[in-house]
Design a protein around this ligand. Structure first.
Ligand code: SIN
Length: 293
């Protein structure tokens, strides 16, 4: 039976119905899901019950899995799975990353020269309130820019630096290993890309890592970026997800940003995440370069 899906909240997000992601997925269904995801950057699968291996194996249908530079967030059982949680182990050590605070609008991996732009996040435990996650569609946001701003960003590259992201984190999340530092020098990515399937233009943005625009002075670059961020996160471009236990969300960071609202630190939240290298034949995958020393 063909894959069934429906728009959520009349937004760009789509719920895929009738699939049990812990079961083997046949080739036709995989092809249909790949096609659906190329057109819709956020797919929602509800009422899933997944082991780490099942989450990783389903994610790997869309591309090779990345082992992210945050090895301190990796699951000890399956290192391609990251633990996103405020929970601590018996010794008071966080079992994963990103705690309970607000996470500002960002695109995962924007600080990498060759970002793995696919992501899947699976909810196992949730706080009674807060901790909702929102996504902005940066293709619709580009289309909604005034021509003046479209011209201003055309051909421009921004500088993405992980040290800026780290400064925004809480507690031990700010500390990375020497190896992680070596793997995350500042990089340049174009601010505008063309989607290979839909041929629509889209912005590539991340306020949590972007420190400027190449070839522009600091004041003009940050004024332009602030204007673009404000326009790109207008409510009409945003889908806000109220998590339920068992939700598994698959999104494309090549033309979305997301943010998370904070939640009560004494509540429990446990999510598991994979990060996927996507194909340039179907997805926007920024081709970065190193900032000249
Ligand atoms: C993330 O930003 O990747 C995590 C989002 C969340 O915790 O909901």
């Amino acid at each position: 039976m063909p894959v069934q899906s429906r728009a959520l909240d009349r937004s760009f997000a789509r719920e895929v119905v009738g699939l049990r992601l812990w079961e083997p997925v046949d080739n036709q269904t995989v092809d249909e899901l790949r096609d659906l995801w190329a057109h819709h950057p956020l797919l929602v699968f509800r009422r899933q019950a997944l082991s780490e291996d099942e989450l990783a194996d389903f994610s790997a249908l869309f591309g090779p899995l990345e082992r992210v530079v945050r090895t301190d967030w990796a699951s000890p059982m399956r290192p391609e799975v990251g633990v996103i949680s405020n929970l601590k182990d018996g010794q008071g050590k966080p079992i994963g990353g990103l705690g309970d605070g607000e996470i500002q609008w960002h695109s995962d991996q924007s600080y990498m020269q060759n970002p793995a732009t696919g992501a899947m996040l699976y909810a196992l435990e949730l706080p009674p309130e807060g901790g909702t996650t929102s996504w902005a569609d940066l293709s619709a946001a580009y289309a909604g820019l005034p021509d003046r701003l479209k011209r201003a960003v055309e051909g421009r590259r921004a500088i993405f630096d992980y040290t800026k992201r780290l400064a925004g984190y809480q507690g031990v999340d700010r500390v990375i290993s020497g190896e992680a530092k070596r793997k995350t020098p500042p990089v340049l990515h174009p601010l505008v890309h063309i989607h290979p399937i839909t041929e629509r233009k889209a912005l590539y943005l991340d306020p949590t890592t972007t420190v400027g625009i190449d070839g522009m002075d600091e004041a003009s670059g940050s004024a332009l970026l602030e204007e673009i961020y404000g326009s790109a996160t207008r409510p009409e471009f945003v889908y806000r997800h109220q998590w339920q236990v068992g939700d598994a969300l698959l999104w494309d960071n090549g033309f979305t940003m997301h943010r998370r609202e904070p939640f009560d630190p004494s509540a429990r939240r446990l999510m598991k995440r994979t990060t996927i290298f996507l194909s340039r034949e179907r997805h926007i995958v920024p081709e970065g370069s190193l900032v000249a020393a």
